[in-house]
Design a protein around this ligand. Structure first.
Ligand code: BG6
Length: 484
């Protein structure tokens, strides 16, 4: 079976920064099917050769030492370009003719990758349908949709409806690049390929869970986009909720796309809705100092660049175990970590008995930048009576395995080519995620909003976030990447 990937938005940043480098590296590792072509489609009028040359330069930049001119040449032979204006029906007719010539009547799996401005997604889908490009009589047709998937529940539903007019749900692959990260997938392996964690992965042993995605970067040149989005749409509706689902889900009976996603969806269904005073009590919002001076940001913007949210998952496993989700830009370092904070031992036998709280066990899953796992536990300090101290056991991917850790897009593109949708979001998942985030966005625009706290950059968000945790008898795990 031959394969064609058609990238709409081929002249954009994502194509040169992520998609082509990922495909090039897969080609270099010999992971792509033999007969695979990549067709770039965008408004700019390129010749095949010009596009190849441009991508050669950008790919060399993005993959660094992994670039090899000879391998690039063999890969570039598979790259083609066809000018397409998303709104022009004639362009789709020309695209269809071009693809048919390229594929020489061979049965071919086609993957349409939407990497254009999200405003054009519905148009592109409709045009693909009208031009007969979704027809499966000569091979499978799949469509990959980049984030953001809508800007709220209503627009996500509209987009799902537009997709389902042309494609069946099994043909739709909604990207959340966090699911392509190795360490996120390892969370599934940690939980479901080992038997020692599962018995303690519940309310009997776990006090709470912290999921932090901290970014050192500020909004930079993306101020215009970011100000309409804010941290809840940009990071929570997708990445943070995905991490929460993977942490909280039950084991599927098989590693099958629908069974995995059924279990994830059940987590979102069990999330307790926030109402009334909950918004002020269970959410914190912040904006980094200097945000109002960023290009494209209105001087009186109330957009949050930081949020911390406490959610409850009302099921047997998690009843009474809060999930604290937080993310922000302009923070002290770049780290994505999931902290499973276990309960304290029932009795203080050792150490400072006057101390009310002793450090309880903690499992830290470091998603990025240094991928690994750390288990924290109490140990006796030698030659110091029965003094105890928190120590740790480390596991680092880089030490345990050789070879570079692949970028998320490599895994996701390969899965889309193979037809495995396990690591892509399903329509119900995306809509449920919006139904959790929308009420918070609405409350933050109402008198029920918590105060917008300005925080200094290079900190862990607003000062008030630590007090907020302390008032609940808890503490953030504010440690920059635990592993080197
Ligand atoms: C994107 C957001 O989805 O994820 C960005 O739009 C954010 O604002 C990025 O910086 C973070 O991704 P990563 O892989 O760098 O953690």
């Amino acid at each position: 079976m031959s394969h064609t990937i058609v990238i709409f938005g081929a002249s954009g940043d994502l194509t040169s920064r992520k998609l082509i480098p990922a495909l090039y590296l897969l080609h270099k590792k010999d992971r792509l099917p033999d007969n695979l072509r990549v067709v770039g489609a965008a408004r700019t009028a390129f010749e095949h050769e010009t596009w190849r040359t441009e991508l050669g330069t950008s790919t060399a930049n993005f993959v660094g030492e992994a670039f090899d001119q000879e391998t690039w040449q063999t890969f570039a032979e598979h790259l083609f370009y066809q000018p397409v204006d998303i709104k022009q029906p004639d362009d789709y007719t020309r695209l269809k003719a071009f693809l048919e010539t390229l594929e020489a009547q061979q049965p071919t799996t086609r993957i349409y990758y939407l990497s254009t401005s999200p405003k054009l997604y519905a148009d592109a889908v409709q045009q693909l349908g009208q031009a007969g490009l979704a027809d499966e009589s000569h091979g499978d047709r799949r469509i990959v949709v980049e984030k953001p998937f809508g800007t709220d529940l209503a627009t996500a539903r509209q987009l799902n409806a537009a997709l389902h007019q042309v494609f069946a749900e099994r043909q739709v692959y909604r990207i959340d690049h966090y699911l392509g990260k190795e360490t996120v997938q390892n969370m599934l392996v940690l939980r479901f390929a080992n038997s020692i964690f599962e018995p303690i992965w519940n309310r009997n042993y776990i006090d709470h869970v912290q999921i932090t995605v901290a970014e050192e970067v500020t909004v930079g040149r993306r101020g215009g986009y970011y100000d309409t989005s804010g941290v809840l749409r940009d990071m929570f509706q997708n990445h943070l909720l995905q991490l929460m689902m993977i942490t909280a889900m039950e084991a599927p009976s098989r590693f099958d796309a629908d069974l995995v996603r059924d279990e994830k969806v059940k987590v979102l269904r069990a999330v307790r809705s926030l109402a009334g005073a909950d918004f002020a009590r269970d959410t914190v919002r912040g904006q980094y100092a200097g945000y109002l001076q960023e290009a494209g940001v209105p001087p009186d913007s109330q957009t949050a660049t930081f949020a911390a949210i406490k959610l409850h998952v009302d099921n047997w496993r998690w009843q009474g175990v809060p999930f604290y989700l937080r993310s922000g830009k302009g923070m002290s370092c770049r780290t994505t970590q999931i902290v499973i904070q276990f309960r304290e031992p029932p009795l203080t036998l050792f150490g400072d008995k006057a101390r009310k709280h002793m450090d309880a066990n903690r499992l830290v899953i470091q998603v990025q930048p240094a991928e690994g796992i750390q288990l924290h536990f109490q140990t006796k300090v030698p030659d110091a009576g029965m003094r105890v101290r928190m120590t740790d056991l480390d596991f680092s991917f880089r030490e345990a395995f050789s070879g570079a850790i692949p970028d998320a897009y490599q895994r996701l593109l390969l899965d889309a080519v193979k037809g495995d949708a396990s690591l892509f979001a399903r329509s119900d998942e995306v809509e449920l995620a919006w139904s959790i985030i929308d009420p918070i966005i609405a409350a933050w625009r109402s008198p029920a909003a918590p105060e917008l706290q300005v925080y200094e950059q290079d900190m862990w968000g607003p000062d008030g976030t630590s007090d907020w945790m302390a008032d609940q008898g808890r503490q953030w795990f504010d440690v920059c990447p635990i592993l080197e």
